[in-house]
Design a protein around this ligand. Structure first.
Ligand code: SAH
Length: 251
């Protein structure tokens, strides 16, 4: 039996930021597999089965999706944002590579979604107008030494830095430690934005500088953007914008 496994992302929160392709897959799938709070964002449909699991169980969730698809189901594995950015697509491939022969007949496809970094950038202006990078501060799957080395490299390389997973209930100190590393290299006046719950009713944006950035503003629903040397802030059309010019202006 040929099953279908669609790996999808719901975007950061707003219904309008769900792609039409993803919407069509959600309407067709026989089984939805994902972290409970993400599945809660999908309207219930008659006859569609839901398999909610805990956030940490990525590999067993991937295996569950592959097993269901290999028995002929049309499975959608659901992440927030984009499924390939710090999310389920990599967990599915990690599982598939170790692979069960029964999975070889499945049609597997990854479908892009709007990642939090892009939604946050759009709200702020154009902070990603020049070179940027994304770093997850979650130390579930890598050591703090690796995170520290990458932060240092990104700061030295003068990238705009998008920090995903800046804090969790278990590890609220991550963003505090990250700012400490960045302050060693970057200037105190470097622009920092806390983009919280972008696209959701409780969305909140805070613009500040690296010297003043308060780690307490970051929680699990926050994306922190740290500017490059060229990133600027100004007021126009009734509000404040930040952007990074497309040329480095000789810097
Ligand atoms: N696959 C997701 C990222 C998962 S990691 C994506 O592409 O967006 C989870 C982290 O993403 C959160 O800790 C937070 O840093 C960020 N994030 C997800 N949704 C967000 C939102 N609506 N607003 C701000 N940050 C968000």
């Amino acid at each position: 039996m040929t099953g279908q496994l669609d790996i999808i992302g719901l975007g950061p929160g707003r219904q309008e930021w769900l792609t039409t392709e993803t919407e069509a897959i959600l309407a067709r799938a026989s089984d939805l597999v994902g972290y409970g709070p993400y599945l809660d964002r999908v309207p219930h449909r008659d006859g569609q089965r839901r398999h909610a699991s805990d956030n940490r169980e990525e590999i067993s969730r991937a295996r569950q999706g592959l097993d269901l698809a290999s028995s002929g189901a049309h499975v959608a594995i659901v992440s927030g944002g984009d499924p390939g950015v710090f999310a389920m697509a990599a967990a599915v491939f990690e599982t598939l590579e170790q692979g069960d022969a029964a999975w070889q007949s499945i049609n597997v496809a990854v479908h892009p979604g709007v990642t939090a970094m892009l939604a946050a950038a759009a709200r702020l202006g154009a902070p990603l107008g020049h070179d940027f990078c994304a770093i997850s501060l979650s130390d579930n799957l890598k050591s703090w030494e690796v995170i520290e080395r990458r932060l240092h490299a990104a700061a030295t390389g003068d990238f705009v830095i998008a920090l995903y997973n800046p804090a969790s209930k278990a590890r609220p100190h991550l963003i505090h430690d990250a700012f400490t590393v960045l302050r060693e290299t970057k200037e105190p006046e470097t622009i920092v934005a806390f983009a919280r719950a972008v696209g959701r009713p409780d969305e909140h944006m805070t613009l500040t500088t690296l010297a003043k950035a308060d780690p307490a503003l970051a929680d699990m629903s926050t994306l922190v953007l740290v500017g490059a040397h060229a990133t600027r802030s100004f007021e126009a059309c009734g509000r404040r914008w930040i952007y990074t010019p497309r040329g480095t202006g000789g810097v």
